[in-house]
Structures are given as structure tokens and as C-alpha cells.
Design a protein around this ligand. Structure first.
Ligand SMILES: [Zn+2]
Length: 376
């Protein structure tokens, strides 16, 4: 029996719930204009550039060396099982670190004023298994424009597995989502490179949004990236080790990456502090301008934890990142103070959870609340 057509097997929404297309925001108000001016003044007063920060290039070099050293040790050295697990964890953390601090800035064109530097730093994600082409639409376009809006922000779409937004239907299994989602996050990497990337490629859709198919160089990077990733992650290791050992370590590294990556992103948008605004059903209008929406739906966390800030590429300063995605993340801590003070002055929301532990607890409580039968 031949396989059913893709459309029969997979639910792909083909239109938004109404005829209005995409949500629309109110025109920018005085808050964002003032904030923009203050941020520009910050750079002008210090005579520094918003991108091409030497700290960013040094950091990129450190992280790529960390990946190469961990991968090389894992593949070429004779390691005991406990040591292999340790080096595997190191490789997973290094790869996720590259996602946070290299490809994320590159993808937002925040690494450099030179397009080619941004393009190639962004393509580090292809080396890590996921498609930069698909990430660009899912993250840079949809998530950053429509943060926490159900049906448009792919980051809060876990199919039936979790209820991350009050706009999503509650299912019986969600009662336990505050327990099972943490290990389930570990499967996001294979979900990306084995399913999501290919589904997006085949259907040309993300949620309610149609995206153009990759062409030319983008198409070459899509396939070349997958080939290179599987060669480095499975092909070369198989020359030196047995298939069970390779597959076991591959799964372990992917699992650690998935948990770390997902949790960091969830702490910024899926916590009790933030909102999940919905578009007006009749015309898709949001009740805020774009900047206020970003602040409503985003939380900073652990701003004084310098090690965390370094490792997660400033993603714990998510409010700054959402408002100024084209500025290198090394500037976020300084800009966060400007955002906080200006938001306070204009009565705009600015959410900040002081510690990592507090943010983890807040995500746990968010999952438990939305999964509870009393909330639905
Ligand atoms: Zn981003």
C-alpha cells in the first residue's frame, strides 16, 4: 500500500481563523520612539558600534574551539563510559552555546554590519542539524513579530503535547505537563531536523503562514547542512566506534541540547509573569503597539548572573533582545537598564525574574496552571 499524501497525514492549517490574515499592531507610540532615541544616544555617547563587538568575535572563537575539542575528544580518544558522558555533555553545551551566541546573533543580522559575516555565523545552526532557512521564518519573522500569539508564534506550538497558551485547548494529559514536559524538551532537536525542517520544506507553511521555498544558495545550505551534520555526528564517529555506542552518544548529546535550548527559551516567554494577548476576532487587531506587545509577552531573568548571561548569549535579557534584535547581545545588560527605566516612566510593562531558580519555578507554575482542569 502506498503512503497517504502528506496533507492526509499531517494537520496543516491553511488559513487563519478569520479573513484578516495576520494580527496587526497599533502604530508605535511615544514609548518606543523615546526608547530608540535613548539607545542611540547610549552608543553615540560611548563612541561604540551596535555590532562587530570584538567580544563577540572572541566568544565565537572560544565556543567553536570548545565544540571542536569536545567532538574531537569524543571521536578520537579512548574514553571510559563516565568520561564519555562528561565529554558528551560538554559537546552538547558547546553546541547549544553556539546556537545562543553565534547563530542567533547572525540570524538577526546582529553580529556584524557585513552581510556575509551574519549569513555564515547564522549557518552555524545548519552545522548543528537544524535549517537556518526554516529558523529564519519561524524565529526571526514569526516569533519575533507575533510573540505568544497562538497560531502565529511557532515557539508556543507543541502540537498536542503541551498547553503553553490559554488560547490552546486543554487536554487530559496536560494535567501532568509540568512534570513530563521537562524531559520531553530533550526531543526537540531530532524533531527539528528529522520532522519540522522537512515538513516546512514540503508544505511551505509554518502555522497559518506561507513561506517561500529555498532557492539557490539557501537550497544548497539546506541539503549541504544536513549532509555535513550527519557526516560529523554519525558518519565519522561510525568509523571509530560501534553503531550502538555512536547512536547512544548521539541521542544523549541531542537530548541535553534539547533540554537546555528549550528551557532557556521557555523561561523568557512561558512564565507566569507574561501575557498571551489574542488578536480581536473581527479584524486581528492587537490591543497594543508592537513594542508594548514585546514587553507584555517577554520576561528577563537572572540579570545579575554573569556566567549565565555569557552562556545564553544574553537571552536572559529577552526584552532588550525583542525590542532591539539587530544589536549584538554583548550590549544587552547595559541596554536593559535603559529599557527598564523608560518602561517605568511610560507605564509600559517590564517583567524581570531576579534569579534563574525563580524563572525555573515560574515556568513550572505556568505549565501546572495551564494544565490544571480549573484553567480551561
Ligand atoms: Zn531572537
Amino acid at each position: 500500500m502506498s503512503a497517504p499524501p502528506v496533507s492526509a497525514r499531517v494537520r496543516v492549517p491553511t488559513s487563519p481563523p478569520s479573513s484578516w490574515g495576520h494580527p496587526t499592531f497599533a502604530p508605535s507610540g511615544a514609548f518606543f520612539k523615546t526608547l530608540n532615541a535613548r539607545v542611540n544616544d547610549h552608543f553615540a555617547a560611548r563612541g561604540i558600534a551596535k555590532r562587530d563587538d570584538p567580544r563577540l568575535y572572541l566568544k565565537g572563537l572560544i565556543i567553536l574551539s570548545w565544540i571542536a575539542a569536545s567532538w574531537g575528544t569524543l571521536v578520537f580518544a579512548e574514553l571510559s563510559a563516565p568520561l564519555a558522558v562528561l565529554v558528551g555533555t560538554s559537546l552538547a553545551l558547546a553546541c547549544t552555546g553556539a546556537g545562543f551566541s553565534i547563530m542567533h546573533d547572525g540570524g538577526h543580522r546582529a553580529y556584524s554590519r557585513h552581510g556575509w559575516v551574519n549569513r555564515w555565523t547564522f549557518r552555524v545552526v545548519d552545522l548543528l542539524g537544524a535549517s537556518s532557512y526554516v529558523w529564519n521564518y519561524k524565529h526571526n519573522v514569526l516569533h519575533h513579530t507575533y510573540a505568544n500569539i497562538d497560531g502565529f508564534d511557532d515557539d508556543i506550538d507543541t502540537a498536542v503535547f503541551a498547553r503553553l497558551s490559554p488560547a490552546q485547548p486543554r487536554r487530559a494529559l496536560h494535567r501532568f505537563q509540568h512534570l513530563y514536559m521537562w524531559p520531553l524538551y530533550g526531543f526537540i532537536m531530532p524533531k527539528w531536523f528529522l520532522y519540522d525542517d522537512w515538513m516546512t520544506f514540503v508544505t511551505g507553511r509554518v502555522g497559518y503562514t506561507t513561506i517561500p521555498r529555498p532557492k539557490g544558495m539557501e537550497l544548497a545550505v539546506f541539503f549541504g547542512g544536513k549532509l555535513l551534520f550527519f557526516t560529523l555526528a554519525l558518519g565519522v564517529p561510525l568509523v571509530f566506534h560501534g553503531p550502538l555506542v555512536v547512536l547512544g552518544m548521539f541521542s544523549f548529546v541531542m537530548f541535553v541540547q534539547g533540554v537546555v535550548l528549550s528551557v532557556v527559551f521557555q523561561l523568557a516567554h512561558c512564565v507566569t509573569e507574561v501575557e498571551f494577548p489574542a488578536p480581536a476576532p473581527e479584524d486581528g487587531a492587537m490591543n497594543a503597539d508592537w513594542a508594548a506587545h514585546q514587553l507584555q509577552t517577554t520576561a528577563d531573568f537572572a540579570p545579575n548572573n554573569r556566567l549565565l548571561t555569557w552562556y545564553v548569549g544574553g537571552l536572559n535579557f529577552q526584552a532588550v533582545h525583542h525590542l532591539f534584535p539587530r544589536i549584538s547581545h554583548t550590549h544587552y545588560p547595559a541596554l536593559a537598564e535603559i529599557v527598564r527605566d523608560t518602561a517605568r516612566e511610560f507605564g509600559a510593562p517590564y517583567h524581570c525574574v531576579p534569579t534563574l531558580r525563580g524563572a525555573l519555578r515560574s515556568h513550572y507554575r505556568h505549565l501546572r496552571r495551564l494544565g490544571s482542569p480549573a484553567c480551561g
